[in-house]
Design a protein around this ligand. Sequence first.
Ligand SMILES: Cc1cc2nc3c(=O)[nH]c(=O)nc-3n(C[C@H](O)[C@H](O)[C@H](O)COP(=O)(O)O)c2cc1C
Length: 458
Amino acid sequence: MKITVLNGSPKGMISVTMQYVHYIQKEYPEHEFNIINISQRIKKIESDESAFQEILNEVKFSDGVLWAFPVYFFLVPANYKRFIELIFERNAESVFADKYTACLTTSIHFFDHTAHNYIHAICDDLNMRSVESFSADMGDLRKAAERERLHLFAGNFFDAIENRAPTPKSYIPVARRDFDYLPGEAGDSVNAGGKKVVVVTDSQEYQVNLVRMVEKFQASFSGEIEVINLHALDIKGSCLGCIQCAYDNQCVYQGKDDYIDFYNTKLKTADILIFAGTIQDRYLSSRWKMFFDRSFFNGHAPSLIGKQIGFIISGALSQIPNLRQVLEAYVEIQHANLVGIVTDEYGDSAQIDSLLQNLARTLVQFADSGYVKTPTFLGVGGRKLFRDEIWGRLRFPFRADYLTYKKLGLFDFPQKNYKMRIQSAIMSLLLKSPAFRKEVNKKMKDEMIKPLQKIIES
Ligand SMILES: Cc1cc2nc3c(=O)[nH]c(=O)nc-3n(C[C@H](O)[C@H](O)[C@H](O)COP(=O)(O)O)c2cc1C
């Protein structure tokens, strides 16, 4: 069988993910694999129609397509996202339709599930036949049990193709509504009171609703607020995955384009940030993805701590819960506060006006009070995963992260809590006594709330 591998790593063939593909190649020599470097060659693929057509031809004459990529910021790398956009923009969906497909990623399992959900939904949108998805930790190939798992994954994929196995769809198409947002009269203006407000948008003239929503939001304030368009910035390219920033947060693009200065002088100094974009396929644009990927020069450390963040989004966000989760998780991982998300999807201009006005008011109110809501599982789980990785196997090469985590007290391992450990050891010993267990069971509920009651009383 002929398998087309769409390589999403910007590192091309010097990629961790591609070693997993090579392993499959070696295990199944009876099949032919054609690996195409998508992310690394995106500029050529985008500018040279024949390069794009060549890829389509490969896909057309293959029995299966393997989406193989590293997880980047909850999703696929920005250049890979651009390739997906090109498929839709250039009406090439039919080439992918009915092709058997699977997805293989490497990562450290930080929001690998949202990346898989995304690509799976894209495959459903392309009417492909999704068989399997495999999320390898970047070091898994060293372990015999994991190699066996990878072998079985690939075997199952090939079996499904050979047997023309039926495949279910998991995502229904996103229904887009035609709606022109018409902002009404200005409401009460909000005084930012010295707080620095920065709106970052990627709006283009033809994205009328987004343009108007940003203008309306801007007009909610009595004073000037800054609006920065990502298209107006000179951003030379997306993250190369070179990890040269790991030592001291110095990116290889430093001094070569606008991005790092923009991030350091505009975003890090703001009190209130609004990110505005239009949904393209099942995420924001690849330009926005580039913004997030390039922020990797900050490593795994939060760089927007305590900021009040809002999103203004044009598109059917409520139909893409995966995207909502990505946005929520992003803010939580930044130790920032997600104040609200306003979309235009309900088709009611007056309602959008009042939501934008309220967003402006609440952002300022929370910036004044310093309110940052508690993280949910997204933030709590994500932080623990990063904490363990930065303390452990990623300490080298991520030295800058290690120092920042130390400074911010993020190495909050439970084994450092000696009082709790001694208490637990004593109680665990005592629990061996049936009489003590009986007593504990009797008092459990009361004892759980006792310390909380004491606080309330005091
Ligand atoms: C910009 C950037 C963003 C990343 N984002 C994530 C992420 O969200 N989740 C994760 O588990 N790993 C993330 N990683 C780690 C990569 O997924 C991992 O190192 C992968 O194995 C690299 O594969 P490659 O060598 O094929 O490019 C990120 C790495 C980079 C450079």
